[in-house]
Write a protein of this length. Structure first.
Length: 368
């Protein structure tokens, strides 16, 4: 296992070498000092038995290694679909052949922003390539070189310095603003995180709010947790993943003080329902006066009927209804449905007038 468990799904180890063709040649690993430092190894084309390599006499093949190209490994095996941030390569003089096998990568939009590599003049020449090829290949791809061990500025390394160099630790930086550096000037600063509706909670500063808002969900297998509305509310690790274990907390950002999520509008308050005010109570005296006026109007109508010149209704017997007395109200000599209707209406009117008289008397008593 290499590093914390949470990196297992992000690191893959391959027992292979890098070459300029696929399938590449079979290689042999041997050590310059078998007894003292087996880590000081060299890799050469495969050989059998023992062989002399300059001052290194009678070296045997310790291990056989097969080779691949960077293009085949990254694109065909892994389906590379995003930019590589940093590449570190140190293969004892075979760097030129490795970048020959990365022509597709260096011509794509996914080329590394930075490449750290070691240059050894003698080992490069022994590999059978021109010593200037690596410098020319990287500069044609848009890279600017500097000697980062000597704190050289980006782009300060010249072809003349390359000609006179025997050994060096170099850095190639892509001349592209999207990678953070450009010979045409620095890229514009990223916009600050947008906070809508309210300020971050107390204890959650702007930097922590930005980190927690851009953090990714961690892996459940090592203590990672999901985001809440797109925001980490536990610890955001140095690699930008949200979790609760020590590996996330160590060196990470404490997002526990940034809950609830920052950058979202609070829910609107519930709509206030305006209650209708009850009507003001009406004074009893007003009610009595209005009813008295209606009663007086009915009494006037009744008096008008009594003093009218209409013929006195005469009582007759209806055919088929001898036992039910009725009046010929309309005076046509026959008792029909119309006469019966008028008779009923008269009874109702009399009853209504009587009721109004009773109500008027009660109202006068209350008023007194």
């Amino acid at each position: 296992m290499c590093g914390p468990a949470r990196l297992d799904d992000r690191i893959a180890l391959y027992k292979m070498g890098l070459a300029d063709s696929f399938p590449g040649p079979k290689m042999c690993i041997w050590s310059t000092n078998d007894e003292i430092n087996r880590g000081n190894a060299r890799m050469t084309p495969y050989f059998e038995g023992r062989r002399d390599f300059g001052q290194d006499k009678q070296k045997a093949c310790m291990e056989v290694v097969y080779t691949d190209t960077l293009d085949h490994l990254l694109f065909d095996t892994h389906g590379l679909a995003r930019r590589v941030d940093v590449m570190k390569i140190d293969i004892e003089g075979f760097e030129t052949r490795a970048f020959r096998g990365a022509a597709r990568l260096l011509a794509s939009d996914f080329k590394p922003c930075q490449i750290y590599f070691e240059y050894q003049h003698d080992a490069t020449v022994e590999s059978g390539v021109d010593r200037h090829e690596l410098f020319e290949r990287l500069t044609r791809a848009g890279y600017k070189l500097n000697d980062f061990m000597k704190n050289g500025e980006v782009g300060s390394f010249t072809p003349e310095q390359w000609d006179g160099m025997r050994f060096g630790d170099l850095r190639a930086v892509l001349d592209d603003a999207s990678c953070g550096w450009s010979s045409r000037g620095p890229p514009p600063p990223p916009p600050p995180p947008r906070v809508v509706g309210r300020e971050p909670p107390p204890g959650c500063g702007p930097e922590a709010a930005a980190e927690c808002s851009t953090c990714s969900a961690g892996s459940p297998g090592d203590g990672g947790v999901s985001l809440v509305d797109g925001v980490c509310q536990e610890f955001c690790s140095v690699n930008g993943y949200c979790g609760v274990t020590e590996s996330y907390e160590s060196g990470g950002t404490d997002c526990t003080k940034c809950a609830p999520p920052v950058g979202r509008e609070p829910p609107p308050p519930p709509a206030r329902v305006r209650e209708r005010a009850p009507p003001p109570p009406q004074p009893a005296l007003v009610v009595v006066r209005e009813r008295t006026k209606r009663i007086e109007a009915l009494e006037a109508e009744l008096a008008a009927l009594k003093t009218s010149d209409a013929p006195e209704p005469r009582r007759v017997a209806r055919d088929g209804f001898d036992r039910v007395p009725a009046f010929d109200v309309d005076g046509d000599g026959d008792v029909d449905v119309k006469d019966r209707t008028l008779e009923v209406m008269g009874v109702v009117l009399v009853l209504g007038l009587a009721a109004q008289l009773v109500l008027r008397r009660r109202a006068r008593r209350r008023a007194d």
